[in-house]
Design a protein around this ligand. Sequence first.
Ligand SMILES: [Zn+2]
Ligand SMILES: [Zn+2]
Length: 147
Amino acid sequence: MTRNEIRTRLRHFEALCREQGLPLTVQRRDILQTVLERNDHPTADQLYESLQDRIPGLSRTTVYRVLSMLVEMAVIRRLHHPGTTARFDGKIHRHHHLICRRCDKVIDVHDTTLDEVPQPDVRTEGFEIDDFSVHFTGICAECRNKA
Ligand SMILES: [Zn+2]
Ligand SMILES: [Zn+2]
């Protein structure tokens, strides 16, 4: 994400906090900023580790709690893939992912043809689809080179 994009997103978050009467703490702002700065879809623990020095006294619990709050506010996304820990994504527009089965790396894929995947008819399930993204599993370049 570019510096400008990050600035815009942070400003949007500030406005959202004001609107919802939530105090904009340094911790919340810094955690969001770190997610936006990273393109590697970090886990909560990875975020905690990279923020430890920046925010003195930060606890793991706080990181988890703030991340959940940010997901709830739809300013970031949580990615779930079977068998892996939850990862966080600062990109909230529709995009897709490549997931390495060996190292769990998650790479963004932007492809408008994937944005038009036909939706299955799930009326009999009583299910209402509100979002989707496609993920492809495989082996990343780095892991393939190691093999
Ligand atoms: Zn890999
Ligand atoms: Zn992504």
